[in-house]
Design a protein around this ligand. Structure first.
Ligand code: SF4
Length: 333
């Protein structure tokens, strides 16, 4: 029997190359090997966007279209909306007794994000909500509701899996063996750099190439990408490893990559021509994704049906888990 994996993504915007190469490309592969659940984590998105529900609502369908466009197949993976599974919220409440505030504040992911919020909003911590500090508990509920056995993560997300494992162990110790302790499925989730050379591509950084970008937008973005600053004239030799254009040529597997590299080093290639070549390559790379996107944009009822059917299937699984949990906790009246 195939093992169950659970992945999730917050609907706060479209997928960019960072999401694609860092996660979703791998999810497409994993859907063939595992019983795959993909959560559109709208409740988690609200922890940061509680005052902007329109944004989250709009992006549920947008993100689903992105996922279908990159190759997520609803016949292989169960796509569902987190908020429509109330059992996850119930589990979150039950688990909140099994984790201390001190432990949550020690979680490295929470710690870093709280520090960022304090830096933005001031040092009093008043901007940090109860829901935000508790999101690792809600993630434990996501994972255990579907008896997730393996969770595809990068190294930086390991603390969240460890927190979930601790909650599961505590639950099973107190109430009897009920929940499955998930294992991380460490994937090579490379962090993709932004057009400006920043180590991370991100929406808030304004340095991202989106899978939904049209040809005109792609052209503008690539023309603005950071190159080796030492190359002033067209025939100056340069170092391709200091150039984001070269970085993206490599990322999307330009078959001409060796020529790009040697011509750049020799100074026989101008940056404008090099960027134009990347624009063509990027459009070729995005072509099949755009074609699928266009289809789903023209058939929104199909997208909604996929989400509805996936959510029904996910709910059945979560209902069976909550039954076992309530029985173990002696609250199955
Ligand atoms: Fe970058 Fe190409 Fe210019 Fe070299 S020639 S610095 S790889 S854009």
């Amino acid at each position: 029997m195939k093992k169950t994996i659970l992945t999730g993504i917050r609907p706060t915007g479209n997928l960019h190359l960072g999401h694609y190469f860092g996660a979703t490309k791998n999810w497409v592969k994993l859907q063939d090997e595992y019983n795959s659940y993909i959560e559109i984590a709208d409740v988690q998105a609200l922890t940061d966007n509680f005052n902007n529900p329109e944004k989250v609502r709009k992006n549920v369908r947008e993100l689903t279209i992105d996922l279908l466009s990159v190759g997520i197949d609803p016949n292989k993976a169960t796509l569902f909306i987190q908020s429509q599974i109330p059992e996850i919220a119930e589990l979150t409440v039950f688990y909140s007794n099994l984790v201390t505030m001190a432990r949550l504040y020690r979680n490295p992911t929470v710690k870093t994000e709280i520090a960022q919020k304090k830096a933005i909003f001031g040092n009093d911590g008043e901007s940090v909500t109860y829901g935000f500090v508790g999101y690792p508990v809600s993630q434990a509920a996501d994972i255990t509701a579907f008896k997730g056995e393996l969770i595809p993560v990068g190294e930086d997300q390991l603390p969240l899996i460890e927190q979930c494992r601790e909650i599961v162990r505590k639950f099973n110790n107190i109430y009897g063996n009920t929940l499955i302790e998930p294992e991380p499925l460490l994937s090579d989730n490379p962090r993709i750099k932004g057009l400006d050379g920043n180590e991370k591509m991100g929406k808030s950084l304004g340095n991202a190439i989106y899978l939904a970008d049209n040809e005109e937008v792609i052209s503008k973005k690539i023309m603005s990408a950071v190159t080796d600053t030492k190359k002033i004239k067209k025939d100056d030799p340069a170092d391709p490893d200091k150039c984001m254009v070269y970085y993206y040529h490599k990322l999307i597997d330009n078959p001409n990559i060796d020529t790009v590299c040697s011509e750049c080093k020799k100074g026989s290639r101008g940056c404008v021509a090099c960027k134009k070549e990347l624009i063509n390559q990027m459009n070729e790379f995005l072509k099949p994704i755009r074609e699928k996107r266009k289809y789903y944009e023209e058939h929104p009822e199909e997208v909604d049906k996929i989400l509805k059917e996936g959510t029904i299937k996910a709910k059945e699984k979560a209902e069976s888990t909550i039954k076992e949990v309530k029985s173990a906790m002696m609250i199955d009246y």
